[in-house]
Design a protein. Structure first.
Length: 141
């Protein structure tokens, strides 16, 4: 199969060109219609989740989908509670470890890994997704 997404535009075009018996073609078409119906239902649910999580403003962060955004809203609650962006980053445990003895220059290490581990995991996965998306956009055609 030449396409990663069998039910995307290119994958569906490939499916229609395949030589299959009529009864199997009818079954494939039935399943695609059901998949489209379920996709419509999921879009309605996504809008409802966005409305309830107050995510209706059209802001976009690469790699952050509705599930991650709703999870972050649930983890943080009222963002106004945080007095600064640095404290919010610290709340998620995304600040680097810093070790310093006396007047010696500080040594920074990996993430502190304190705070909300589930929210931090969502942000790390979103960063990976953003990195892969950026890599795909740079691929030569």
């Amino acid at each position: 199969m030449p396409h990663a997404d069998l039910f995307g535009r290119l994958g569906r075009a490939w499916l229609t060109r395949q030589p299959v018996p009529d009864d199997e073609r009818a079954a494939i078409q039935r399943h695609i219609r059901e998949l489209d119906r379920l996709g419509d239902d999921l879009r309605v649910l996504d809008r409802e989740i966005a409305d309830r999580a107050c995510l209706t403003k059209r802001r976009s962060i690469t790699g952050v989908n509705l599930a991650v955004a709703a999870g972050l809203v649930a983890a943080v609650g009222d963002i106004g509670r945080s007095s600064s962006p640095q404290k919010l980053v610290s709340y998620f445990g995304l600040t680097p470890n810093v070790r310093q003895w006396g007047s010696v220059l500080p040594i920074t290490g990996g993430l502190a890994r304190v705070g909300r581990s589930h929210a931090r995991a969502m942000l790390v996965e979103a960063a990976w997704a953003a990195g892969w998306q950026a890599k795909e956009e740079r691929k030569p055609i």
